[in-house]
Design a protein around this ligand. Structure first.
Ligand code: PBG
Length: 333
């Protein structure tokens, strides 16, 4: 549809911007608490809330504190919480067996939330990096991240998360063929309601730095993730990845990072019309918080504007560390 406009002064586009009431009437997009998925970091211990220095306002929480956070999220109207484990370095191995341990941190947190806060959806992360001695998302053999053997492990990890009660499985590993393998395994095991939100278009990005600190993977990671995560220069490739993951049984897809990739969000939504999410990643969060703490930008306004940009770009929802802060703002408390 072509936008039409009468010649000046018949059309004065400023008429539509004259007051908050009129701006509200013509507003094209809205941000609500329904749009939010809150990523949180889990660590061991009890009663622990440990700040992540590179992500001001973000904590690593022990399972009991994660349950409290989930209650807070539910009370704020946030529909989903996404768990990332900070794994004890002693449990990181080459075979990554902790990833499918039924009693690992992520699974313990899932069970605790499902038992105590049934109203909130739990999303979990499928990838080997929190458990891998070398910090990669897949097994490393002779200096290479190998695909097919990694997929077998990811399937085990998926099943252990589904057993623990995860509602949404989030594969963030970027291996080929994992969505189909995970979907088949879930069906065979009777987990036909478990959803897959595929990190389908995930770029090899500098904006993940603070997250790697938060999960304790920075020190371990040797090299980069460019043989499995996408080249930031590519756009058509993202569409192929999304289409492939949908054909393999993904229920929802994600673009990651968020703000530098809004063009991809728009193309994906226009092309496929499926539930589309963006991840406003740790580096994006850290930039806004750092500038705000320095008094260089209004952090609250930048938060809302950045989240609105995802809605404008066609996203149905956003994974954001700002979830509780923006939910409080949207609810006026
Ligand atoms: C790794 C993973 C990463 C993030 C989520 N899962 C980092 C990476 O790929 O190195 C990043 C999230 C963020 O930066 O907030 N499986």
């Amino acid at each position: 549809m072509k936008p039409t406009v009468a010649p000046f002064p018949l059309a004065r586009l400023r008429r539509a911007r004259q007051s908050e009431a009129i701006r509200g009437l013509v507003r094209e997009n809205t941000l609500t608490t329904d749009d939010l998925i809150w990523p949180v970091f889990v660590r061991d211990g009890e009663g622990v809330e440990e700040p992540v220095p590179s992500m001001p306002g973000v904590m690593r929480r022990s399972v009991d504190k994660i349950v409290e956070a989930a209650k807070e999220a539910r009370d704020l109207g946030i529909p989903a919480i996404c768990l990332f484990p900070y794994t004890d370095p002693a449990l990181k191995t080459e075979d990554c067996a902790e990833a499918w341990n039924p009693d690992n941190l992520s699974n313990r947190a899932t069970r605790a939330i499902k038992a105590q806060v049934p109203g909130i959806a739990v999303m979990t992360d499928v990838a080997l990096d929190p458990y891998n001695i070398n910090g990669h998302d897949g097994f490393v053999e002779n200096g290479e991240v190998v695909n097919d053997r990694t997929v077998e492990a990811l399937v085990k990890q998926t099943l252990s998360q589904a057993e623990a009660g995860a509602d949404i499985i989030g594969p963030s590993d970027m291996m080929d063929g994992r969505i189909g393998a995970m979907r088949r395994a879930l069906e065979e095991a009777g987990h036909d309601k478990v959803m897959i939100l595929s990190y389908a278009a995930k770029y090899a990005s500098a904006f993940y730095g603070p997250f790697r600190d938060a999960v304790g993977a920075s020190g371990a990671l040797k090299g980069d993730k460019k043989t499995y995560q996408q080249d930031p220069a590519n756009s058509n490739e993202a569409l192929r990845l999304i289409e492939r993951d949908l054909q393999e049984g993904a229920d929802m897809v994600m673009i990651k990072p968020g703000m530098p990739y809004l063009d991809i969000c728009r193309r994906v939504k226009d092309t496929f019309g499926v539930p589309t999410f963006a991840y406003q990643v740790s580096g994006e969060y850290a930039m806004i918080q750092a500038a705000s703490q320095n008094g260089w930008i209004d952090g609250e306004k930048a938060m809302v504007e950045s989240l609105m940009s995802f809605k404008r770009a066609g996203c149905d929802g956003i994974l954001t560390y700002f979830a509780p802060a923006v939910a409080r703002l949207l609810r006026g408390n």
